[in-house]
Design a protein around this ligand. Structure first.
Ligand code: TMP
Length: 413
């Protein structure tokens, strides 16, 4: 595959009726942090980031697909870095284990298993756990914790191999994975093939309504090819004899949904589905104006944020960033804010420390630097973890440091 391709047809219904409504320009994939060396900086590649709506089925999606090997073969984001996510996964494992019909050592397969954080929660129960993740570095990390992991993409070939070796899965989880998948049809065929007759497929991903409602521009990035709502997903799952039987809205990642999916049951027990379909209709998800309005607000927010930071700079205030999150990198590239405004960023991930932010080349340091250095303002880039970050930095605030939030609106805390 080339480094990136432009799609001509919708990723779900294959209609050519795609209308572009928003462009964030060109930028590097937001999880590729270059080392601070001229050779690495020269090699950085920039790809277009344009969003469109399928007028036929309603799927919001990126107009281009960047070769997944560029983004996922060596992955820097580690799930266990956030307490919020560890707690969230504890709840997920508990909920699902309460739902499955017991069998001795049911097989739980986690797709996009990262460092095994979710499977560790399932392993508190008597289960057989298997992770699948294309990032070799993460698979190695998970294995070092004793979690069996296949370093591969999940597709029909992987699914067949798993089935032959371990049998069918009682539970398949894919948290923050589906939006990353280019070939949704191959992926769901693979799920359908591996899922036991009474098994549950759990999918979690950011919800389009939350993105639009919070004007969470920076959750749009090359890794996220689809921005899902329920309506196009019903069509997609139906095409693969799968059925959503429960849906729940979640707070994680700035507003997500959790779907519970089974083989087609032909019952009308679809908890929460109709309610969300009605909400999507009244929100105007099927109307192009909704998306054009979102884009207008996004461009004006960009202007507001740069004006705000420039006004602080003109008063000689020092500003740094908190959390070298993927979304933070999107925001910085979209607003063209660099080292002249943000001196450095602190982040808890050891692999990110010492590196630079993609595109904007802001240096990254451990979190402790914030209190040692006491800059006047700290822009929270990992805003989905704002509560956790505010709580752990109460001393910085007591000593006069101020945090800036950008979602849903620009606000000083
Ligand atoms: P993400 O939004 O792409 O998942 O990245 C969140 C980043 O925020 C990740 O690099 C870790 C960082 N982080 C901190 O530095 N301190 C914290 O307390 C939390 C919760 C996250």
């Amino acid at each position: 595959m080339a480094d990136f391709i432009q799609i001509k047809l919708c990723r779900i219904c294959h209609s050519p009726k795609l209308i572009e409504f928003f462009s964030l320009g060109v930028m590097p994939p937001p999880n590729l942090f270059p080392k601070n060396h001229p050779r690495n900086l020269k090699r950085e590649s920039f790809y277009p980031l344009d969003v469109c709506l399928c007028q036929n089925c309603g799927l919001v999606q990126l107009k281009h697909t960047v070769n997944p090997n560029i983004m996922f073969k060596d992955y820097i984001y580690v799930t266990s870095g956030s307490k919020t996510m560890v707690n969230h996964f504890e709840g997920l494992a508990k909920d699902i284990m309460g739902r499955i019909k017991t069998s001795s050592e049911p097989l739980i397969v986690d797709i996009g298993s990262n460092d095994g954080t979710l499977l560790e929660q399932f392993l508190k129960y008597k289960v057989k756990a298997l992770g699948v993740d294309p990032a070799k570095n993460l698979a190695k990390l998970a294995k070092s914790k004793g979690i069996e992991t296949i370093a591969s993409y999940f597709n029909q070939i992987t699914s067949q191999k798993i089935k032959s070796k371990f049998g069918k899965a009682k539970v398949i989880t894919a948290t923050n994975v589906l939006a990353h998948v280019g070939n949704l049809h191959d992926f769901l065929e693979a799920v359908e093939n591996l899922l036991d007759t009474d098994g549950i497929f759990v999918a979690e991903f950011p919800y389009l309504i939350d993105l639009l409602d919070k004007n969470a521009i920076d959750t749009i990035y090359h890794e996220h090819l689809s921005y899902f709502s329920i309506k196009p997903l019903l069509l997609l799952f139906g095409m693969h004899n799968l059925e959503i039987f429960d849906v729940e809205r979640l707070n994680v990642h700035g507003g997500s949904i959790r779907l519970l999916v089974s083989h087609r049951q032909k019952t009308d027990k679809h908890n929460g589905v109709n309610k969300l379909l009605k909400l999507e209709e009244s929100f105007g998800l099927n109307k192009p104006e909704t998306y054009h309005n979102f884009a207008k607000k996004a461009y004006s927010k960009r202007q507001k944020l740069t004006n705000f930071l420039n006004s602080l700079k003109s008063k000689n205030c020092r500003i740094v960033g908190y959390g070298a999150a993927a979304k933070g990198n999107v925001l910085l590239n979209f607003t063209n804010i660099g080292k002249e405004t943000i001196e450095y960023i602190v982040d808890s991930t050891p692999q990110k420390q010492g590196r630079l932010t993609p595109g904007t080349h802001i240096p990254i340091f451990p979190e402790a630097k914030l209190l040692e250095d006491m800059p006047d303002y700290t822009l929270i880039l990992a805003w989905n973890f704002a509560d956790e970050i505010l709580k752990k930095n109460s001393q910085y605030r007591k000593q006069g440091g101020k945090f800036i939030l950008t979602v849903p609106d620009i606000k000083i805390v």
